[in-house]
Design a binder for this molecule. Structure first.
Ligand code: G3I
Ligand code: 9MR
Ligand code: ZN
Ligand code: CA
Length: 544
């Protein structure tokens, strides 16, 4: 199926927590609905749906069926008076546990350099890949170890900034919700001491060390072949020469931020690793100090892989300073945070190009900073931002915070980033409304959207089946690699496939579950990572 039809009743295809609100969203003309126990066929609840919105972004007239009264655990589906049925879903105490594991396991499947095999990989194994040394652009004699880490996405590039964002989300998830990661020892490296999430992040951190230029402390922006390989090329068959693109300030700031974070989080488990992370972070910071004004990264002329251009690097510097301050307590970093905070970059964004939000969170999570004027203003700003997200969600047909113009390339990252921001607001205010709104964002990702599709491969009754993901295309296994978050609707119609098939569609319907649609149906590490944090929150008991 390449184009989705609109199914008249949409639900979170994974399910709902026993005692949380349970809403299905309907688009048919029929308002009466029944909840049916999928195992017994018994009707357990009858109700009438109520209008939510005539929704511009999705192009649908949406009404809501509230069946919160159903609290018995089990498998269910909804049926409308006109015979329309929903996907089957569960009601359970912790419905998102397998989902969280699957979203994290995706990073194992993204691993580069090691063979994926045996029980760990199931049918989706492949041989070790990208083991050759890479050439530093502009220094043809300089060949460096380039192995390891995670592939970025459906392609096999390894990009420092996006890698740092992904690790930051996972480490933040662990810092905020450690209980959700307990008892989870399923990786080849698991030894019962360090949680899997930290072992998995170590894979990428170990690679990021290799991206730091010896001597200068600056960080190469990316490591890729000159061009993207064909869509069915398996990683081990992608043997074109690899190149380190030049150092950039954005990559160096991201590196300093994530390494300072890692220094703090790995310390209780492995002190010498933590020291190494901190040393690398400090060297990167020195580079930033010596390069106060840098042009944004541009692809060298011979390179056509993802650019990840970013003209504004104060946000990455702000994040670096805030993490270094939180980890070391040193005043010089505090001064840097204060100074950078006065510049007009976004302070609450969590995108690969806009990392200011991570700086804000690092500062707000730092007990040393409480009492500072900056602390108060960042906290107030964060809560105002969250309030705004709640308001937009309340007037949205599918109860999320994306406006029509927000359905951009990788819109599902925005859905999950906004949910993360809402959860941060919950953390700092104790206000449960923010968590409820964040959960509505997870429901959208898992099928409660106008296309009735679960944007996570392998999860849900009607999941994405054909992601733009080279291993999934090339491996001769019918099912795609599981646990991958697809980019989602992009109203800009940025590839040939959607240009041909989706002209005139409303923003939230600009999505094609087709392997050729890289602008709507690719997968990336940094679209998975915020989803891990959100799922972890809803696997955790939080007392307000
Ligand atoms: O931010 C602007 C917004 O202000 C504007 O209204 C909107 C209108 O289209 O565009 C927004 O910018 C978009 C930007 O992503 C936002 O992050 C651009 O249009 C859009 O083209 C750009 O897409 C990026 C894409 O590469 C193309 O450069 C994606 O974010 C980024 O995730 C994606 O990354 C690729 C790598 O290059 C290669 N590896 C795969 C990966 C995923 O597709
Ligand atoms: O496969 C590439 C994907 O990973 C990138 O995100 C995307 C945008 O940079 O580009 C894809 O490669 C396409 C290329 O840009 C144009 N020709 C078709 C390629 C897909 O096979
Ligand atoms: Zn590889
Ligand atoms: Ca930036």
């Amino acid at each position: 199926m390449s184009e989705q039809q609109v199914r008249a009743i949409t639900v979170d295809q994974i399910g709902y927590s026993t005692y949380m609100k349970k809403i299905a969203l309907l688009t048919g003309t029929e308002h009466s609905f029944r909840v049916v126990n999928a195992e017994t066929g018994a009707v357990v609840f009858k109700g009438e749906s109520a209008a939510v919105a005539d929704d511009k972004a999705s192009g649908a007239r949406v009404h809501a069926a509230d069946f919160s009264a159903v609290t018995a655990t089990g498998q269910y589906f909804l049926e409308a008076g006109d015979g329309a049925v929903s996907a089957t879903f569960v009601i359970a105490d912790k419905p998102y546990q397998e989902l969280q594991k699957g979203l994290l396991k995706a990073f194992y499947y993204y691993r580069c350099g090691a063979e994926l095999s045996g029980d760990y990989a199931g049918p989706w194994g492949h041989a070790a890949c990208h083991l050759a040394e890479g050439t530093v652009i502009g220094q043809p004699e300089l060949k460096l170890d380039s192995s390891g880490g995670w592939h970025d996405a459906g392609d096999y590039g390894k990009y420092s900034g996006p890698g740092a964002k992904a690790v930051a989300d996972l480490l933040l998830a662990y810092e905020l919700y450690p209980a959700a990661f307990a008892g989870d020892f399923t990786l080849p490296e698991s030894e019962g001491m360090m949680p899997d999430v930290l072992l998995e992040c170590k894979v990428e951190l170990d690679f990021l060390f290799k991206m730091q230029e010896a001597g200068s402390g600056g960080v190469y922006h990316k490591l890729t072949t000159l061009n993207f390989p064909g869509l069915d090329v398996m990683p081990e068959d992608d043997t074109s020469e690899l190149f380190f693109s030049p150092v950039s300030a954005a990559a160096t700031g991201d590196f300093a931020g994530v390494m300072a974070m890692a220094a703090r989080i790995y310390k209780p488990f492995d002190e010498s690793y933590a020291d190494r992370c901190l040393e690398a972070a400090c060297a990167a910071w020195q580079w930033l100090e010596q390069h106060p004004q840098e042009p944004g990264f541009k692809n060298p002329p011979q390179i056509t892989t993802g650019e990840y251009g970013d003209a504004e690097d104060h946000d990455e510097r702000f994040w670096a300073a805030a993490e270094l301050y939180r980890t070391t307590g040193e005043e010089v970093y505090h001064k840097a945070v204060q100074k950078l905070s006065r510049l007009p970059f976004p302070k609450f964004s969590l995108g690969w190009a806009d990392m200011g939000g991570y700086g804000t969170l690092a500062y707000l999570l730092n007990v040393e900073a409480q009492g500072e004027a900056l602390y108060a203003s960042l906290k107030e700003g964060l809560l105002a931002e969250a309030e705004q997200l709640v308001q937009v969600s309340q007037s949205d047909g599918y109860l999320i915070s994306l406006r029509e113009e927000d359905y951009i390339w990788g819109s599902n990252m925005l859905v999950m980033n906004n949910a993360m921001l809402l959860l941060a607001a919950e953390h700092f205010s104790g206000d449960a409304r923010y968590a409820d709104c964040a959960l509505d964002h997870l429901h959208y990702l898992l099928g409660r959207n106008v296309l009735d599709i679960s944007y996570v491969t392998g999860f849900g009754d009607r999941p994405v089946l054909h992601p733009h993901h080279r291993p999934s295309v090339g491996d001769h296994v019918e099912a795609p690699v599981p646990g991958l978050v697809s980019g989602g609707p992009d109203r800009g119609l940025h590839d040939e496939y959607v240009l041909q098939h989706l002209q005139g569609k409303p923003a939230a319907q600009c999505f094609a579950d087709h392997e050729l649609s890289y602008s709507t149906n690719e997968v990336t590490i940094y679209w998975n990572s915020p989803a891990v944090l959100v799922a972890a929150r809803f696997n955790t008991q939080v007392n307000h």
